[in-house]
Design a protein around this ligand. Sequence first.
Ligand code: DGY
Length: 340
Amino acid sequence: MRLAISDMQAKGMPKIFITRQIPDAGIKLLKKAGYNVSIYPKDEIIPRKELRRAVKGVDALLPLLTDRIDGEVMDAAGKKLKIIANYAVGFDNVDLEAAKKRGIIVANTPAPEVSETVAEHTFALMIALAHRIAESDAYARAGKYQGWGPLLLLGVDLYGKTLGIVGLGRIGAAVAKRAVKGFGMQVVYSDPRKNPDFEKEFNARYLPLAKLLAVSDFVSLHVPLLPSTRHLISTAEFALMKKTAYLVNTARGPIVDEKALLRALRTGRVAGAGLDVFECEPAIDCDLTDKLALKKFANVVLTPHTASATIEARQAMSKLAAENIIAVLSGKKPLTPAKV
Ligand code: DGY
């Protein structure tokens, strides 16, 4: 087979493999840098076998949060692999230890745009819960609306309430900004590190998690998924929360013990939950036969891991992933290395 000139030029160039089509900003950058870019052609999670085959000989891998990138995949790629540029803020899908052992750099995509987008989505869930938007929409569509009523679908305000932010990284801070400046809420936060500047700017209070849970009307999770944060919110934590409080999770599903959440919802231990992520994702409910599945609660609002799904955020992630690759393949440090 004869190769086109561009293919021949690309032959000696670093090879990049992207595990699924992503918005094009980063792809354009990689191509402009002269790299040989290939993308898994189907719009689905690449099967493991295909992944092992496709990564062979690549210099850089751009996977998604739905791809498990472990030592086996790294070995299948071989010695040339220098960077795994994960297309996500979270990187719990990548085995950092295995990468370190092999001298492979791991980077993520905490672009500023993503923080704003996820913060917006967090508020979308909070407002949907407080104003019963999903229930109201279903009610109206079902033709049940017969006229205005003083008690019809009563919700609660965000205004004047206390928001507990668990994890004050970029996204947690973007949520806090909206809460204080836009919605007249008080903010309390818990984090391994206190942030006096943040406290001053937003009149926010640091609290240990147990105290935060006890005083918050809304609890929003913004911690990474680590062994120490798996089931961070479980039975004991629900027991500390106000019965009128709502839980919002736009971080990672396993941070919340789903069984404990179901019990809390069933017994009225919490007022409701807004979930963008799920313990057994992509399944919404771990136990598909459970009659008390999350889907059955009217006071639960569900979105299918779309908190960062805006064009702005996904393009920024694409660009940043590419910039991380270009930096590392040019012998520089990645812009945003994955840090625990
Ligand atoms: C992330 O970037 O980690 C998000 O979960 C993607 O939506």
